[in-house]
Design a protein around this ligand. Structure first.
Ligand SMILES: NC(=O)C1=CN([C@@H]2O[C@H](COP(=O)(O)OP(=O)(O)OC[C@H]3O[C@@H](n4cnc5c(N)ncnc54)[C@H](O)[C@@H]3O)[C@@H](O)[C@H]2O)C=CC1
Ligand SMILES: Nc1nc(O)c(N)c(N[C@@H]2O[C@H](COP(=O)(O)O)[C@@H](O)[C@H]2O)n1
Length: 293
């Protein structure tokens, strides 16, 4: 598919339709870190989608002030960048801790500055929200933001991944989720608690979703990074982190995976990024890279 820069909106002009704006010049810099757009791409794996790990952090590695406290870290430009990422992924994944704490919308409020030739997009591309909720504790209801947005046509119905061992999901929750085109998906778990990331990603691929951005929260990011640290599985294709110029202080939800040790009990070299680039966006800086393997 050929892509061109859509010149309809001059860079820097705020949109008047409630949508966010991310300039094509900034978007181009992210391109090497994003899922391929061409369906003929041969680098994608059959067993998993393209995985982007992306979140916003403080200088002291906090995602939020405390568990359950929704905390704004991204400034307007990096928030627009996150929505650009949402426009470029088929799915967006968070843990149930985030769903409960933030009541997130998990939708996209940006029209890509790149559009296929001859096409003028009227609506943002929407990623499919995925909530990891092994024990079905998310009390999703008609007021949940993700449901409201899907009902308005401004987002998609969520896929809620619950453990096979969970006896049943309450009928009201099922009706709410299915009413907006979402569904509960059963995933094999270890003792009804954790899914393996291989199973999560395989299930996403089985749902026909070729790319996923994993946004958080702390438990999700740390468990994924600890696998990468172990070096046994290569699951994350791209890492895009917004760093905000603030310290949230002790007590926050931290990105801090357990230190990896080898079979001999000795520390193994820490995980590091390669192909790193830094992009100032407003007062924030966005770090892009790939996990060094
Ligand atoms: N600054 C940012 O970019 C973001 C910040 N956040 C913040 O993070 C905080 C929430 O983080 P946490 O409390 O750590 O919750 P979380 O969102 O990481 O969810 C944790 C839950 O997800 C499930 N889960 C995680 N890994 C799993 C696996 N491998 N298999 C099955 N289930 C799994 C478990 O039920 C676990 O209890 C909130 O305060 C939120 O505001 C969340 C996302 C992004
Ligand atoms: N990029 C980014 N910057 C921040 O400052 C944040 N707090 C987050 N959080 C993530 O975005 C979700 C909330 O936004 P929506 O309602 O979905 O638009 C939140 O749940 C986190 O996943 N991200």
């Amino acid at each position: 598919m050929a892509f061109t820069v859509q010149p309809a909106e001059p860079q820097g002009t705020p949109p008047t339709d409630g949508l966010l704006h991310f300039p094509a010049s900034s978007a181009l810099k992210l391109e090497p870190h994003l899922p391929p757009v061409a369906s003929t791409d041969t680098t994608t794996r059959p067993d998993k989608p393209f995985v982007t790990l992306t979140f916003a952090t403080s200088l002291d590695s906090s995602l939020s002030l405390a568990p359950g406290v929704r905390t704004t870290l991204s400034g307007p430009q990096s928030k627009a960048m996150t929505h650009y990422l949402r426009s470029r992924h088929a799915a967006i994944l968070v843990g149930v801790g985030t769903a409960v704490a933030d009541d997130p919308g998990l939708n996209c409020k940006i029209i890509s500055p790149f559009v296929p030739e001859g096409v003028r997009e009227q609506h943002p591309h929407q990623p499919r929200p995925i909530i990891l909720d092994p024990s079905a504790r998310w009390e999703v209801n008609a007021e949940s933001k993700v449901i409201q947005l899907a009902r308005l046509g401004q987002g998609l119905g969520p896929l809620v991944f619950v453990a096979k061992e969970v006896r049943s999901v309450p009928d009201e929750r099922r009706a709410v989720v299915e009413g907006v085109g979402g569904k509960f998906v059963r995933v094999k778990s270890v003792e009804g608690e954790e899914f393996t990331w291989t199973d999560v990603l395989w299930t996403i691929k089985e749902e026909g979703l070729d790319s996923v951005m994993i946004e958080g929260g702390g438990s999700v990011i740390n468990s994924l990074l600890s696998l990468e640290q172990g070096g046994e599985q290569e699951l994350v294709d791209s890492v895009i982190v917004t760093i905000a110029p603030t310290w949230l202080g002790a007590g926050g939800v931290l990105v801090c995976p357990p230190r990896a040790v080898g079979k001999d009990g000795q520390p193994v070299p820490p995980v590091r990024l390669r192909d790193v680039s830094w992009h100032p966006l407003g007062e924030d800086v966005v770090l892009c890279g790939k996990i060094l393997r």
